[in-house]
Design a protein around this ligand. Structure first.
Ligand code: SF4
Length: 473
């Protein structure tokens, strides 16, 4: 009798990285790739210094600057004192420890948001364990890698040991079947999943996204989906690697080359979940009926189809949910049952690790080409990396944005976290392609509607919440 036990993609990666499993304790997990940035690493390096420790694997550690980096002219001094200090500390720490840095002065042509440059450079590969001091590390799961965010003390642990203590999560199959309608994108799929199942559905689980819709998505679309796994409560979200994955990675700077590439692909082809592998839970979404999505509240689960109406707290039976919705609507200054279509907006932000890749910019530019954004609406377009920026400029996308009246910026997180003056004024409404709509996330008193790049571009043109399908030929 065969003792073959079918495994999920997650279990295959996890099992291959267990260094030790003390009885009853957390697993000691080996980490293949550690991505660091300026915000969560300074204290970790200080900790190493205090303990007289060195970085164990500088060759498996890569750094970039994204959260606090200005997206205006880089030749100007950095005005934000904290950001300037963090950026200087990262430069010093990388130089002292032999870590490759993609920063302002050094490696500037490869600088960008950490979750954009990892895949772009081919550092992100199937089967790897990848960590970063940022919760959207789940993005890398689009390649069939186990990527998750860690805290500052864990950054220090990985720098010192290249290992991490982790409790094994359960697995959840997130199956998306059907056929996407015109104007409906990967961002709408993930917003719909979170709206349907809530921000806590993935707590204690790792998502694996499956189904024919997922298989048909490009790598960039898959990254958008996995990026927001954390907004569904899961620290990681995986998609099985396939030919789409291998085509994306082939030839990238840090991807294996020659015979090594062939060996890698052979190994990667064994990663997808075995046909009968059991998941601990399954949830489903029929994508055929999806409309473009938009959020109305102050967590990413408070989302609805764009033609919908804001829900009424009085119709909620659960008292804590009712109170949360009442508070969110008060903050957003929205009324129960009102439609969002036609609601005026002040700002549009196209960027962030969710939607700042070249295909996102192409989508937005496709709509803005030859048109002007509504007078009085500020539109900021921030590419996810310097390479994305250069590619966009080669294609002339920057001219489309500038001619439409939008601001064209350097790569960074920008208005996703309201840094360096890229922020909303109190009371302003912003349609944002980022991933979080918490109170004050984009500036004190600022109000965020999360949406896809297509929807954001449509709203930029009209100055109100707009169903992009009315503008598509
Ligand atoms: S773009 Fe936003 S969510 Fe993504 S890494 Fe930067 S701050 Fe975090």
């Amino acid at each position: 009798m065969s003792d073959f036990k079918p495994k999920t993609l997650f279990e295959k990666i996890w099992d291959a990285h267990v260094v030790a499993q003390p009885p009853g304790g957390p697993t000691v997990l080996y980490i293949d790739l550690h991505l660091i940035h300026e915000v969560t690493s300074p204290q970790a390096f200080e900790g190493l210094r205090r303990r007289g420790l060195k970085v164990r694997r500088p060759d498996r550690t890569f750094a970039t600057m994204d959260h606090g980096i200005p997206t205006h002219d880089r030749s100007l001094p950095i005005v934000d004192e904290l950001a300037a200090k963090q950026i200087a500390a990262l430069e010093r720490n990388c130089a002292e420890n032999g870590i490759t840095l993609f920063g302002i002065r050094q490696g500037a042509d490869k600088q960008g948001i950490v979750h954009v440059i990892g895949p772009e450079l081919g550092l992100t590969q199937p089967g790897k364990t990848i960590v970063c001091g940022d919760s959207h590390t789940a993005t890398h799961g689009a390649f069939g890698a186990l990527g998750f965010g860690i805290g500052t003390s864990e950054v220090e642990m990985v720098l010192a040991t290249q290992c991490l203590l982790q409790r094994k999560p359960k697995t959840m199959n997130v199956r998306v079947e059907g056929k996407l309608q015109k104007g409906v994108t990967a961002k709408d799929i993930i917003l719909a999943i979170i709206a349907k199942y809530g921000v806590g559905v993935g707590t204690g689980y790792v998502f694996e996204y499956t189904g024919d819709v997922i298989r048909r998505l490009s790598m960039e679309e898959r990254m958008t989906i996995c990026n927001m796994s954390i907004e569904g409560g899961s620290r990681a979200g995986l998609i099985a690697p396939d030919d789409t994955t291998f085509e994306f990675l082939y030839g990238r700077e840090f991807a294996p080359k020659g015979a090594e590439w062939d060996r890698a692909v052979e190994a990667w082809r064994k990663l997808p979940s075995d046909p009968d592998a059991p998941y601990d839970a399954t949830i489903e979404l029929d994508a055929s009926t999806l409309e473009p999505m938009i959020t109305y509240g102050t967590n990413p689960g408070m989302g609805m189809p764009i033609t919908g109406r804001v829900p009424d707290p009085d119709k909620l039976g659960d008292t804590s949910q009712r109170a949360a919705l009442q508070k969110a609507l008060a903050y957003m200054n929205l009324q129960p049952n009102q439609p969002l279509l036609g609601h005026p907006i002040d700002v549009v932000f196209i960027g962030s690790c969710t939607n700042s890749r070249i295909s996102d910019l192409r989508e937005a530019a496709r709509l803005l080409k030859g048109r002007r954004v509504k007078e009085g609406v500020r539109v900021i377009v921030v590419p996810g990396s310097t390479q994305v920026k250069r590619q966009a400029e080669r294609e002339g996308l920057h001219e489309i944005f500038i001619n439409a009246g939008a601001e064209w910026r350097e790569a960074g997180c920008s208005m996703c976290i309201a840094m360096n003056g890229d922020e909303l004024q109190p009371g302003q409404y912003c349609v944002s392609t980022s991933n979080r709509n918490f109170e004050g996330r984009q500036g004190k008193g600022g109000r965020t509607f999360l949406a896809s790049p297509l929807t954001a571009a449509a709203c930029a043109l009209t100055g109100v919440i707009t169903d992009v399908r009315t503008l598509l030929n």
